[in-house]
Design a protein around this ligand. Structure first.
Ligand code: ADP
Ligand code: MG
Length: 599
C-alpha cells in the first residue's frame, strides 16, 4: 500500500473490519454464540453447581411437575431431579458430539488431503471407499457400526465419527486438488521440500478454513445424531443420562407428564440451533469474498457518488477524455482513494501511454472509464469521463453496458484469465461479435476467422477450434486483441498487454497493436510500466504516481526533458544493451527508437 501512504482518508478509529467484528455484526450468529457459550459454561461448571445427584432415585417423588420446590424442572419417572440430569446429560451429549466432530475432521481431512495431493490410483481408491460409505443411509450405517461394536457411549461416538468422515474427505479433497496444481506448491517442490512438509506447510493452511467451516456446520448435526442413537438405547446406558436417552425415557410419559420429554427436547433444540447459527456466521466470516467487508456481490456498473462533481470537457475533439477523475475503495465506513484528479485525453488515431509503477493506479483509471471497477468496494467519487464528448458516467446503465466492447474495448494483461477455458477461441471471438452485431451464424463464423487471421495467427480456420490452453501466451494475447477489435471500437484500452510475454513476442504484439490502431484510426490508451515500450508505441505519455498524473506531454519531449524526478527514475529503469548505468545514453537510445517509429 505504499502508493497510498499518507492519504488522509484512512482515519484511525475505523480500521478494516476483523473477522471478529464481522461475526459480531451478524446478529443471528451472535445470538448463537451467546447461547452456546452460556450452555457450555453451565455444563463445564456442573461439578461445582449446587445440583442434586442426577442418578439418585426417589420413588416417592416421581413425576413432580416443573417448579416444584427443590426440583426446578420437576422429577422423572424414578423421582430423579430433571434439572441435574439435564445439565449432566448436556455435558455428555456435547462432549460426545464435539469429540466425534474432531475425530471425523481429523480422519476425514487426512483422507481428503492425501487423496487430493497424491491423485491417481490412491485418490481413486480412497474416494471410491468414501463413496461406499456415503451410499448407505447414515443412520443405518451408524446402527450397523453400533451393532458390531456393541451399545455404549464410546461406540456411539465412533459410529457418528465414521458416518461423518465422508463430508470432510470430499470437501477437503476438492480444495486440495485445486491447491496441489498451484504455482506456490510447485515452487515449494522445487525448493526441495518433501511431500509431508508441503502438505503441512503449504496445503494445510489453505484448506484449514474449509475444515473449520465443515466442522462448524456439522457439529450441531453430530450432536443430534448422538442424541438419536441414545434415544434408540444404543448410546448412553442407564443410569447414565444424555439428552437423547432422557428423551427416550420420557417418551413413555409423554401424555401423563410431558415435561419429562419436553425439557431435554428443548435443550437439544437450543444446542443445535445455536451451533447452526454460529456455524453459518463462521462460514460467512471465513469466506474470503465476504472478509473484505463486501457483503454484496458486485453490480454491473461501478457505483457513482451522488455528489459527483462532473468537470466540463476541455478536449471536445478527443475520442476519450477524463476530467478530474477520482476513484476510491470503500473500507468500512471511509473511502480510500486509489486515483485522484486524473485528466487525460486521446484523439482518434492517437496513442496515449499511461505509465507508472505497479500499484500507482493505472488499472483503476482504465477500469473506471467504462464503470468496470468492482463495486462494492469501488466508487467513482468525482470527475467525468467523455466518450466523443458524451459523459459516460451520466449515461443510463443499459447504454453504458452496451458501449463496452462496441465503443471502448479492453485488452488485459493475462489472456489466460480473461479467455474462457472451456470454449474454443473461435467461438469466443464469435461471441464478442454476437454481443453487438446482429448477423447470421455463418457470417459471424467467417468474420471471426478473418479476425483471427488479421491478428496474425497462421492457419486461422484450424486454430479457431483450439482451446486457450492449446495456444501460446502470444497467440492468446492475439486472440484477446481480435476480440477487442471485433466491433471496430473507437477506443482501445490496453492494460499491460505484453507484461506476461517474453521480449520477442512482446515486440510482435506491440507491432500488431500499433498497426491495427493506425489502420483503423482508433484511439489507443496504452498502459505499461516500461518507458521502452512507450517510446516504441506512443505519441504522448502521461506519468502516474500514487494515483495522480505527475507529468504529461509528447513522448519525445518528455523523454528528452523529463521534468518530474519520478519520470527521470522511470526512464533510467529501461535497460539498454551495452550502455551501463549511464542515464543520458539511455535517453539517446529511447529517442532513437522514437525516431525509428515516427519515420
Ligand atoms: P496498477 O497501477 O498496478 O494497475 P491498480 O490500479 O491496480 O495499480 O491499483 C491502484 C491502487 O488501488 C492500489 O494501491 C491498490 O491497492 C488499490 N486497489 C485496487 N483494487 C482494489 C480493490 N478491489 N480494493 C481495494 N483497493 C484496491
Ligand atoms: Mg494494473
Amino acid at each position: 500500500m505504499s502508493a497510498l501512504a499518507g492519504t488522509p482518508a484512512r482515519q484511525a478509529g475505523s480500521p478494516r473490519p476483523t473477522a471478529w467484528h464481522l461475526l459480531v455484526n451478524n446478529r443471528l450468529a451472535t445470538v448463537g454464540l451467546c447461547l452456546i457459550v452460556a450452555i457450555a459454561l453451565v455444563v463445564v461448571l456442573a461439578p461445582i453447581l449446587p445440583l442434586a445427584d442426577p442418578n439418585a432415585t426417589a420413588p416417592a417423588n416421581r413425576l413432580k411437575p416443573i417448579l416444584t420446590s427443590g426440583h426446578l424442572l420437576g422429577t422423572d419417572q424414578l423421582g430423579r431431579d430433571i434439572l441435574s440430569r439435564l445439565v449432566w446429560g448436556a455435558r455428555i451429549s456435547l462432549t460426545v458430539g464435539f469429540a466425534a466432530t474432531i475425530v471425523a475432521a481429523i480422519l476425514g481431512s487426512a483422507i481428503g488431503i492425501v487423496a487430493g495431493y497424491t491423485g491417481g490410483r490412491a485418490d481413486n481408491l480412497m474416494m471410491r471407499g468414501i463413496d461406499m460409505l456415503m451410499a448407505f443411509p447414515y443412520i443405518l450405517l451408524a446402527l450397523a457400526v453400533v451393532a458390531t461394536l456393541g451399545p455404549g457411549l464410546m461406540n456411539a461416538l465412533y459410529a457418528i465419527a465414521i458416518v461423518n468422515i465422508p463430508f470432510f474427505a470430499r470437501n477437503v479433497r476438492g480444495v486440495t486438488v485445486s491447491f496441489a496444481q498451484r504455482e506456490f506448491v510447485d515452487a515449494a517442490r522445487l525448493s526441495g521440500k518433501g511431500p509431508f512438509a508441503i502438505v503441512v506447510t503449504e496445503i494445510l493452511p489453505n484448506v484449514m478454513p474449509i475444515i473449520v467451516i465443515t466442522m462448524s456446520t456439522t457439529a450441531g448435526w453430530m450432536i443430534l445424531e448422538t442424541a438419536g442413537l441414545s434415544f434408540l438405547g444404543l448410546g448412553a446406558q442407564p443410569p447414565q443420562a444424555d439428552l437423547g436417552s432422557m428423551l427416550g425415557e420420557g417418551r413413555a410419559q409423554l401424555f401423563t407428564a410431558s415435561h419429562v420429554a419436553i425439557v431435554p427436547g428443548v435443550m437439544i433444540f437450543l444446542i443445535v440451533i445455536s451451533l447452526n447459527l454460529l456455524g453459518d456466521g463462521i462460514r460467512d466470516v471465513l469466506d474470503p469474498r465476504l472478509r473484505s467487508g463486501a457483503l454484496a456481490s458486485s453490480g454491473p456498473v461501478t457505483e457513482i457518488a451522488s455528489g459527483r462533481i462532473a468537470l466540463p470537457n476541455t478536449h471536445r475533439d478527443a475520442a476519450l477524455s477524463t476530467e478530474g477523475l477520482e476513484t476510491g475503495f470503500r473500507n468500512g465506513l471511509d473511502i480510500v482513494p486509489a486515483v485522484r484528479g486524473v485528466s487525460l485525453h486521446v484523439k482518434r488515431g492517437e496513442c496515449l501511454g499511461l505509465i507508472g509503477e505497479s500499484g500507482s493506479g493505472k488499472s483503476v483509471t482504465a477500469l473506471s472509464i467504462m464503470g468496470l471497477v468492482a463495486s462494492p468496494p469501488g466508487l467513482v467519487r468525482n470527475g467525468a469521463v467523455y466518450l466523443n464528448d458524451e459523459d459516460v458516467l451520466a449515461m443510463p446503465k443499459s447504454r453504458l453496458i452496451a458501449s463496452r466492447g462496441r465503443r471502448v474495448a479492453y485488452v488485459f494483461q493475462d489472456p489466460l484469465t480473461t479467455l474462457h477455458p472451456m470454449y474454443p477461441v473461435g467461438r469466443q471471438v464469435e461471441e464478442a461479435i454476437a454481443a453487438h452485431q446482429p448477423i447470421g451464424a455463418a457470417q459471424r463464423h467467417e468474420k471471426a476467422i478473418a479476425l483471427i487471421d488479421k491478428v496474425g495467427i497462421r492457419d486461422a480456420e484450424a486454430r479457431a477450434k483450439h482451446y486457450p490452453h492449446q495456444l501460446s501466451g502470444g497467440q492468446r494475447q492475439r486472440v484477446g486483441i481480435a476480440m477487442a477489435i471485433a466491433n471496430d471500437p473507437d477506443v482501445i484500452i490496453a492494460d499491460e498487454p505484453t507484461t506476461a510475454l517474453d521480449v520477442t513476442v512482446q515486440a510482435r504484439i506491440l507491432d500488431l497493436l500499433r498497426n491495427l490502431q493506425r489502420d483503423r484510426g482508433m484511439a489507443l490508451l496504452f498502459i505499461t510500466h516500461d518507458f521502452g515500450v512507450i517510446s516504441e508505441m506512443c505519441d504522448r505519455v502521461a506519468v502516474m504516481k500514487d494515483g495522480e498524473i505527475v507529468e504529461t506531454g509528447d513522448t519525445r519531449t518528455v523523454l528528452a526533458n523529463p521534468r518530474h524526478p519520478y519520470t527521470k527514475r522511470l526512464i533510467a529503469c529501461v535497460p539498454e544493451l551495452g550502455t551501463g548505468p549511464l542515464y543520458l545514453d539511455r535517453v539517446a537510445g529511447l529517442l532513437h527508437s522514437q525516431e525509428r517509429r515516427s519515420s
